[in-house]
Design a protein around this ligand. Structure first.
Ligand SMILES: [Zn+2]
Length: 360
């Protein structure tokens, strides 16, 4: 009997506490059940004197449990009411969903560079890096582009004025003429090719290398040109390396990145550091080769330059051209990234405009 009324008191108290909405009412409920004089639980305990010792023990224990249970429930409720009160003070609706934290992500250019380097790494290529401020010797001379040679005009170069500290280099927009010799005359590298030379100082064939990196050219900027852009070069040297190895490698690369329908076409070209040199075109992704405004009605788009490494360059790498041969290729990462994602202005990449970056 007493047991039943204890349980009833517990259930009733719990229910009332659960539904209470302010501190005053909660206090009244606590008093109603646990109050020292008139509390319902107290009243029951007062009647214990009529019970046997055994019963007193059992009921006493149960009554204590009920008391603790009610107290802890009330405590919980106090916390809950406090939070609500604070929220109300701040005029804040706690039922509103939280603000989503915006997480940054890699720049589209970085994402795309990783995508293409992954393809070459899967073919066993090693990634190598080199300095962005180069000497004229590495950027031109050793790549078979002698001074006064007209081919040097292909690269509009930012020279770094002599006597500048590396921390605050001043650019010389002139021809780069000065008394300094090319061994220590500094410039901002116009291509990633000098990295090939530097990498080969520490390696012996056979090698398979790729060199992604930032390059600089002193040109007017427009939708297709920037003074800063990214290249990825590849170099393979070994015995019996042939033009067909080069074409096969590039075909595999293009298909892996742009899909099975992407084909390549090879045309002869001239680069001082390769002989023979080729220009590689890829099927226009916009019109699938039918011809459109993007590809100038041709159905093909210029994708990269490549060729067999010139024997003079091999010699500069201290490699015997009679024993070894190699191929090299270089691509504009920005241009390919633009094709891949459908971006129509190279300047967007370097603008820092979040509206652009957030699309990727
Ligand atoms: Zn087209």
């Amino acid at each position: 009997m007493i047991k039943d009324s204890l349980n009833k008191i517990k259930d009733k108290a719990m229910e009332e506490i659960k539904n209470v909405s302010n501190f005053d009412l909660l206090e009244k409920i606590q008093k109603k059940y646990l109050g020292r004089k008139e509390g319902e639980l107290t009243k029951i305990l007062k009647n214990l004197k009529n019970l046997s010792l055994e019963e007193k023990k059992i009921i006493g224990k149960l009554a204590n449990e009920v008391k603790l249970r009610i107290e802890s429930e009330a405590k919980k409720k106090i916390q809950e009411l406090k939070i609500k009160a604070e929220a109300l003070e701040e005029n804040f609706d706690i039922t509103l969903p939280g603000e989503k934290i915006e997480i940054g992500h890699l720049h589209p250019l970085t994402q795309f560079t990783r995508k293409i380097t992954d393809v070459f790494v899967s073919m066993g290529f090693e990634i190598v890096d080199g300095p962005e401020a180069e000497t004229e010797e590495y950027n031109f001379d050793l790549l078979n582009i002698p001074k006064e040679h007209p081919s040097r005009d292909l690269w509009d170069t930012f020279y770094i004025k002599s006597g500048n500290s590396p921390e605050s280099p001043e650019l010389d927009l002139g021809s780069g003429d000065s008394e300094q010799n090319s061994k220590n005359k500094l410039l901002l590298r116009t291509h990633t090719s000098p990295v090939q030379l530097r990498a080969m100082e520490k390696r012996k064939p056979p090698v398979r290398l790729i060199m992604p990196g930032r390059v600089f050219r002193h040109e007017a900027t427009d939708a297709g040109h920037e003074t800063t852009f990214h290249q990825l070069e590849g170099l393979v040297i070994g015995e019996n390396i042939k033009m067909t190895d080069l074409i096969g490698t590039l075909q595999y690369f293009v298909k892996t990145i742009f899909g099975e329908s992407a084909k390549i076409r090879v045309r002869p070209n001239f680069f001082p550091f390769t002989e023979p040199s080729i220009e590689v075109d890829m099927t226009c992704l916009i019109c699938c080769g039918k011809g459109c405004g993007f590809c100038g009605g041709d159905g093909w788009i210029e994708t990269l330059g490549a060729g067999m490494v010139h024997p003079a360059v091999l010699k500069n790498m201290k490699i015997d051209p009679n024993k070894y041969s190699g191929f090299a290729f270089g691509m504009g990462v920005d241009r390919l990234m633009m094709l891949y994602y459908g971006v129509n202005d190279i300047r967007l990449s370097y603008s820092g405009d979040l509206r652009f970056i957030k699309q990727f």
